[in-house]
Design a protein around this ligand. Structure first.
Ligand SMILES: Cc1ncc(COP(=O)(O)O)c(C=O)c1O
Length: 368
């Protein structure tokens, strides 16, 4: 049996006719950029997140960058985030002119460790970016208290967590702002690139809108040196269509994750689901002994099972950030996890039979 890591073709099939009709509508309207589809998607996505404002932008990295700038982060500032995120989280901080400070993560959830973050706060710290990694929300009440006590802004990196909840919180609704990615493999994926910022603060929303459009307050009235970071009409139209299926797709991911958990039992170590957390399983990550990881992945590949690693090297150990001087040992939990993690196939259209096959093969490989 062949089990792909994700299957975008299968994912797009149920809405194929709707996507094509949306494309034709935009084609006939001539409003390729800035059409009514943009505001329609922004309103629908903000409502889905439970946020007051949604601003569509061209990708998740720029969503982070624009949100940081809108929150007042700039040169001379430091921003704390998790060491085991996708590189873009730190990259956006650098592009805002600030310095990324990578903090370690909790061993159980692999989410930002606020005790470690507290040790890294300096007089220059301006903001904190909790990353809702693999689709599980950070402990936002604790993050908010942490930030309030220290006068910091909170930006949620929600790129992997569309629809995730924890207690009364929902991704994108409880930070000063949140950044989402609609990269095709994400829980809500565009047919191309896309992203969004959500916020409850009208001033932040206004600023992000301006920053995505060359800093224009009105036509040819530029108040910021900014970006072209708009999301086009076709992507927004398609995202509105896909949004209609997101809750069901997330539910399917959760069901498959429970199947993985039940079938694999204690044979591997799972990422802990925190109390009252309802993750959306952007990724299905398990941990195995570091010295066996490569052999296990090879055995799975030979059995037709595609796997990945998110992420094999924490951000502070990337060559691009050598100048930060956070060498090996500065985030030991993230460093250890990087050697042990395997991401297993996970997408809403994955069959239970395929999950069972992956589990059977993994159990064989673990014994080998
Ligand atoms: C945690 C995280 N942050 C940021 C990004 C950047 O998003 P994009 O690829 O849309 O720029 C991604 C996705 O790739 C991500 O997984």
């Amino acid at each position: 049996m062949k089990v792909p890591f994700v299957d975008l073709v299968a994912g797009a099939k149920p809405e194929r006719e709707a996507y094509l009709a949306a494309f034709a509508q935009v084609l006939d309207s001539g409003a390729f950029v800035g059409g009514p589809q943009v505001a329609e998607f922004e309103a629908a996505f903000a409502a889905f997140c439970g946020a007051k404002h949604g601003i569509a932008v061209n990708n998740g990295t720029d969503a982070l960058l624009l949100a940081l700038r809108a929150l007042g982060v700039g040169p001379g500032d430091e921003v704390i985030t998790a060491a085991n995120s996708f590189f873009a989280t730190a990259e956006a901080i650098s592009h805002a002119g600030a310095k990324p400070v990578l903090a370690d993560v909790e061993a159980s959830t692999l989410l930002l460790d606020l005790d470690d973050a507290a040790r890294r706060v300096t007089a220059k710290t301006r903001a904190i970016i909790p990353v809702h990694l693999f689709g599980q929300l950070a402990d936002m009440p604790r993050v908010r208290d942490f930030a309030t006590e220290r006068g910091l802004r909170v930006l949620e990196d929600s790129a992997q967590a569309h629809g995730a909840t924890r207690g009364g919180d929902r991704a994108g609704a409880t930070g000063d702002a949140a950044a989402f990615s609609f990269y095709p493999t994400k829980n809500l994926g565009a047919i191309g690139e896309g992203g969004a910022v959500t916020t409850n603060d009208p001033a932040v929303a206004e600023r992000v809108k301006r920053l995505r459009d060359h800093g224009q307050a009105g036509r040819h009235d530029h108040v910021d040196i900014a970006y072209n970071a708009r999301l086009d009409s076709v992507q927004c139209a398609c995202l509105t269509i896909s949004l209609g299926r997101l809750a069901t797709a997330n539910e399917a991911r959760r069901m498959l994750a429970q199947r993985y958990r039940a079938r694999l039992g204690n044979a591997v170590r799972f990422v802990t689901e925190a109390q009252a957390s309802v993750p959306v399983y952007h990724l299905m990550v398990v941990r195995v002994a570091a010295e066996k990881r490569d052999a296990i992945r090879d055995a799975l590949a030979r059995a037709g099972v595609a796997t990945a690693i998110h992420y094999p090297r924490p951000i502070h150990l990337q060559r691009a950030y050598a100048h930060l001087g956070q060498g090996p040992g500065s985030c030991p939990v993230a460093e250890r996890a990087a050697g042990e993690m395997i991401s297993l196939p996970m997408f809403p259209d994955l069959s239970v039979a395929a999950v069972d096959y992956v589990c059977d093969q993994l159990l064989v490989a673990l014994r080998g």
